[in-house]
Design a protein around this ligand. Sequence first.
Ligand SMILES: NCc1[nH]cc(CCC(=O)O)c1CC(=O)O
Length: 303
Amino acid sequence: MKKLIRIGTRDSELALWQANTVQKKLQNLGYDTELVPVKSTGDLILDKPLYELGITGIFTKTLDVAMINGTVDIAVHSMKDVPTLLPKGIIQAAVLKRASSEDILVTNGPFEVEKNATIATGSLRRRAQWLHRYPHHSLVDLRGNVNTRLQKLKDNNWQGAIFAKAGLQRIDVLPENHTSLDWMVPAPAQGAMVIVSMKNDDYCKEATSNLNDFDSEVCTQIERDFLRTLEGGCTAPIGALAEIIDDEIRFKGVLFSLDGQTKLEIEKVVQIDNYKDFGAECAQSILNNGGKEMMRLIKLETK
Ligand SMILES: NCc1[nH]cc(CCC(=O)O)c1CC(=O)O
């Protein structure tokens, strides 16, 4: 029997673009769909850095509740915003083909890294990696959706702000004045969109399975296993990127101290067939080589 699939989404322009994309793909497959935008806590509290709020899943919780209450059937998220442990009863139904995973610096006019500079970002991971490379720079916090952040950059006397390239490309606001930060390790699953559904909803699971991209699923799983094994529910400067090249997966994972001074890093290659425990093993190796102590300090400092 044909059912209406109600697609839950945040109401930012980027979230709506992503949910719209999923809606179109499902409609092309013959499914009936409807978009249901909701406001998330993460979009309402904008005056504090994310890590200070101490809530994981701040962008996804409202939609989890809507799905459990049955007011929406599926939800579309930027996968990097989704906690590594999903609430009971909710499953990852599909990972869409990943876009660019890269971080970029959007600049306010000409910019030379040698000089003193003020760079804006709300992310511990971006902040730590920036300070590791440019210890003489100052960093300021920057929150809000993509358009708000672009506007704040224009309104302030900062030299630049850091963004995920995929987010700017999706809503077509990538400014000309940007530089690629190919040395920065992205957030686990950056650039990937995920659809979640209820575990017992066979109709939606079947419908959305058509949208899954296996390579993106494998790479994001490795990155998120790495994250889950390292952080155990807290927020830390962690980057991870897995890429499939021929029949191999190349992985790079990093853990930084909050001030960016200490960096633990792993780079490893694995055959695709052996990907299952790979992310967790890479994290274990970091934990055994100084990572445990570093995570303990990060937890103390972000409390
Ligand atoms: N936390 C905000 C967020 N979540 C997903 C994206 C961009 C899209 C993506 O990475 O998939 C962004 C914006 C940014 O980091 O600049």
